[in-house]
Design a binder for this molecule. Structure first.
Ligand code: HEC
Length: 103
């Protein structure tokens, strides 16, 4: 029983640190594929689309833009909606993923 309690505690500590620290470009990748790519694409937006490309853009710039959309200091009906449901962690992960792509 003691052993079980110990391993559960270890597990909790590890899963907590995994979700609360290191930025994950893998999590960013799946979020980008599921949500953002519908408009922004992954490497390129579709030719006739009016959406700004994100691949290879500055990481901090994207983080700031997404936080501004989220708190509505930057106004866009579409992006205010989308960024409204992103956590700080999502924003870090997605910006980290897109910034590392070659356009
Ligand atoms: C339904 C379409 C749509 C989806 C889905 C979408 N966006 Fe956007 N995004 C837009 C539009 C339109 C703009 C331009 C808005 C403006 O003029 O500020 C934009 C602008 C942006 C900008 C600012 C770019 C710049 O050059 O300043 C960033 C960053 C961004 N989106 C990130 C994301 C991320 C990350 C996701 C996924 C979580 C996402 N978007 C999902 C339509 C979309």
């Amino acid at each position: 029983m003691k052993l079980l309690t110990y391993s559960l505690a270890t597990l909790l500590v590890f899963s907590f640190s995994a979700t609360s620290h290191a930025t994950s470009i893998y999590a960013g990748k799946s979020k980008a594929a599921a949500v953002c790519s519908q408009c922004h694409g992954i490497r390129k937006t579709s030719a006739e689309a009016p959406f700004p490309p994100l691949a290879g853009r500055n990481e901090e710039y994207m983080e700031n833009a997404l936080k501004q959309y989220r708190d509505k200091t930057r106004v866009s009906d579409i992006m205010n909606n989308i960024a409204g449901s992103l956590s700080d962690r999502d924003i870090d992960n997605i910006a980290s993923y897109y910034s590392r792509l070659k356009p």
